[in-house]
Design a protein around this ligand. Structure first.
Ligand code: URA
Length: 228
C-alpha cells in the first residue's frame, strides 16, 4: 500500500542535495531554467548545458521524453552509448529490456515520461568501445536543476527510480534500493514513489536472470495497479 496520495501540483519539490556539490556547477544549470518552463523550452536550453565537464565528450544532451502531463515518470542514471548517438533516453539494450518489462507490467511507454538523472553520456574508451561510467556526485548535482524542472512541469502521479543513482539523487544518499526496492515510499516529489533496480543491472545478472526480470516486472506491476 502506498502513502496517501498528495494533491497534484501542490507543495515545493525538494530534491535531495549531494553533500559534495560544487556551488558554481549548481548555478550553471539553474540559470538556464526558464521562469515558466515547458518541456520544449527546457530541452532547447539543456542542449547548451555546460554545467559539468561531461558535455565535452558527449555527442549531445539526452533530455527526457514523453508527454508533458504523463502520470508516470521513470528516472534512470545516465544515457548510454546508443542514447548518446540517438539523443533519446533508454533506446539501447537496457531500454529495450525496460520496454519489454513495461509492456508485460501493463505500462504504456508512450504515455510515460522517461528521463535520466544526468543528461550527458559519461564514458571512457576501451579499444573501439565507449564504456559507460557512473556519474559522480558533482555531475549529479550539476545536472539536478534539469531533473527538478522536469518534475515541476510533468508533475507525475507516480515516480519510479531505476537503480541506486536515481533513488539516491531523488530520495537521499542513505536510500538503499536493496532494502526498500519495490515499495512505495513517502516523498514530496510525487504522490506515489517507488525505487527498483536498473534494467542494466538485470542485463548483467548471470544467475537466474529471468527470475530477476520477473521481480522487476512485479515491481512495475505495482505502479500499473495504481491505474493512473
Ligand atoms: N541507462 C540509463 O540509465 N539511461 C539510459 O537512457 C540508458 C541506459
Amino acid at each position: 500500500m502506498g502513502p496517501e496520495p498528495r494533491a497534484r501540483g501542490g507543495g515545493s519539490r525538494c530534491v535531495q542535495r549531494a553533500r559534495t556539490a560544487p556551488r558554481a556547477a549548481i548555478n550553471a544549470a539553474a540559470v538556464l531554467i526558464p521562469d515558466r518552463p515547458t518541456l520544449a523550452g527546457l530541452r532547447e536550453r539543456a542542449a547548451n548545458c555546460t554545467a559539468c565537464p561531461l558535455y565535452r565528450k558527449a555527442t549531445q544532451t539526452v533530455f527526457g521524453e514523453g508527454p508533458a502531463r504523463a502520470s508516470v515518470m521513470f528516472v534512470g542514471e545516465v544515457p548510454g552509448d546508443l542514447e548518446d548517438k540517438a539523443g533519446r533516453p533508454f533506446v539501447g539494450p537496457a531500454g529495450r529490456l525496460l520496454d519489454r518489462c513495461m509492456e508485460e507490467a501493463g505500462i504504456d511507454r508512450g504515455k510515460a515520461y522517461v528521463t535520466n538523472v544526468v543528461k550527458h553520456f559519461k564514458w571512457e574508451r576501451a579499444g573501439k568501445r565507449r564504456l559507460h561510467k557512473r556519474p559522480n556526485a558533482g555531475e549529479i548535482q550539476a545536472c539536478k536543476p534539469w531533473l527538478e524542472a522536469e518534475l515541476t512541469v510533468v508533475q507525475p502521479t507516480a515516480l519510479v527510480c531505476l537503480g541506486a543513482t536515481a533513488a539516491q539523487a531523488l530520495l537521499g544518499r542513505d536510500f538503499r534500493v536493496s532494502r526498500t526496492r519495490g515499495r512505495f515510499v513517502p516523498s514530496n516529489l510525487a504522490p506515489h514513489v517507488l525505487a527498483t533496480v536498473h534494467p542494466s543491472a538485470l542485463l548483467r545478472t548471470r544467475d537466474d536472470r529471468e527470475a530477476e526480470i520477473a521481480r522487476f516486472i512485479n515491481d512495475l506491476r505495482k505502479v500499473a495497479a495504481l491505474r493512473l
